[in-house]
Write a protein that binds this ligand. Structure first.
Ligand SMILES: [Zn+2]
Length: 126
């Protein structure tokens, strides 16, 4: 997350889609609008460090914007090892009420080779 991003225009992978769906699941402020946006998104750049964080663009201009301030949306994913160690988070930043950046970061210095496995993730409301 501390390296510059690399342009990478493409559809979300199945894994990215599964994580995004989980991150936007349930009821929290802006959830319905963000889920509607998520049906029309593309990756536009990925983090240069290999962590799997990505910039996302909403490709449907007519989609409703969520009534949210710029910054993290009000739900995130905790990343927890098979042995129960809480080691990171996956968050989504909104800008102008639109999905903008998915950030994966960890608390320790493990080398990241992409987004965490879906079974390590649990939903955390802020
Ligand atoms: Zn990174």
């Amino acid at each position: 997350m501390d390296n510059s991003t690399v342009p990478d225009a493409r559809d979300l992978t199945q894994h990215e889609r599964a994580i995004l769906d989980l991150l936007l699941s349930g009821d929290f402020p802006g959830a319905a609008d963000l889920r509607a946006q998520a049906e029309h998104v593309q990756v536009v750049a990925t983090c240069g460090c290999g962590c799997g964080s990505y910039d996302v663009a909403v490709t449907e201009p007519g989609v409703a914007r969520a009534d949210l301030p710029n910054g993290p949306i009000l739900q995130e994913l905790s990343v927890i090892d098979a042995d129960g160690t809480f080691y990171g988070s996956v968050i989504m930043l909104a800008h102008g009420g639109l999905l903008s950046y998915l950030d994966y970061h960890t608390w320790d210095d493990r080398t990241l080779t992409g987004l965490p496995p879906i079974e390590h993730l649990s939903v955390l409301r802020r």
